[in-house]
Design a protein around this ligand. Sequence first.
Ligand SMILES: *Cc1c(COP(=O)(O)O)cnc(C)c1O
Length: 501
Amino acid sequence: MPSLREDAISSPPDHATLDPQDWDAFRSLAHRMVDDMLTHLSTLRDQPAWRAMPPAVRGSFNEPLPSTGIGSEAAYRAFVERVMPYTNGNIHPRFWGWVQGSGTPLGMMADMLAAGINPHLAGLNQAPALVEHEVLRWLAEMLGMPSHTSGLLVTGGTMANVLSLAVARHVGARAAGFDVRADGLQGRHNPLVFYASTEVHTWARKGAEWLGLGHRALRLVPVNAAFQIDGQALREMIRADRKSGLRPFCVVGTAGTVNTGAIDDLELLADIARREGLWFHVDGAFGALAYLSPALRPRVAGLPRADSLGFDLHKWGSLPFECACTLIRDGVAHREAMAMTASYLAPTARGVIAGGLPFADRGLDLTRNFRALKVWMMLKAEGVNHLTRCIEQNVRHAEYLAAAVEQSPDLDLVAPMSLNVVCLRYAPRRATQTNWDAINEEIVIQLQERGIAIPSGTVVNGHYAIRVANVNHRSRQEDFDALIKAICELGKSLSASRSIA
Ligand SMILES: *Cc1c(COP(=O)(O)O)cnc(C)c1O
């Protein structure tokens, strides 16, 4: 094996770098990338909502590790041909499957700019850190939290919620007389437990497992007919758990459940948490942003009373993945639960590390990207009012869809429409067919495979339902008309062919 020195001698005299050899050629490629992507985004409506991947494309991802590069031009071509057309469709105007988010052109460019200057966002003495501080202050204000609220931008709602739960766990352990940072939960005879409704998102179970609480620490409270947590049942569970020696530490409310869009009674939960001396966390992954709208705000009343709030900006905030936020009212508790010091990271009074690493001290990541830039640029460019208009439009379109479903003799609304999620079934009233589950499941698959639209499926009250979750700023009313028409046509032809068979 040659020494690195010999290798260096045998290679060309110019030094090795990952910068372009020819900046002018790279510049024209980069311009083409931007142009192509803007063409893609501005013509989405004319493209199918989804394309199933041809086997040749699927099989093409078995290439061996490249030892010699093909150059940026050829690598870009591979992206255009084999990657760009075959995504899950979430940026398309007729995507309403799951609560995802469709991104924005400005967000895309902001991500490019952030990656271009590529700052290290543990904190440090730099303008990008001030941008994140400013964004956190704006987000707290947008959601009615006090100006001293602490927070952190993170990858997604899961992380935002789990980080909050970690702070709640620290505070709960302290109240129970131990230091969970030093001792963990090893050998505790009085387990810490927390409460959420049976509709809570999977982050709560994952988080309980990850934080060493174990998922049995997640106490699932029954819901009422509107899929909201049952307050009476919650009180009784807390009482019974205390009696049997468990240590309740937190109540989780959801503003916008992933299944039906239901919003827990957050005022009620805040009252119960206060009376019981428990941490109150709100999972507002997508629903928290309803707070921006004066018309929708009453539905999430009580949200600003949260001790911690996790919410996404890559769902209803429409920013490109990944972008979410944790807000924690008690900044001291936040720091005490998370902060670390190391000699090589000790802050100085001046220089690059002055001011320390506030963001690294609020979460798990040390090296963090500059995701704050896309939030900052969106809020500056569009203003909160325009973002609010987009959110209100989504709710209006969901209401339009729900009304159309109720008027149709062939369709059934299977859960109360709440916020922006509509769960429906094709089930003509006059028909005798009983196997609607299988037919509705097939309708969803065919809508997707034919590239018509992307709803998802779920189970509501034991029955398969077509689920439309609208956080899409590109959707227009005509898209929902097209959806209804397609569901009815597919349903008709599927039930005809099945009753023959
Ligand atoms: C999407 C969602 C989450 C998880 O957020 P990610 O950004 O996907 O990690 C948590 N809770 C609710 C209610 C959600 O809708």
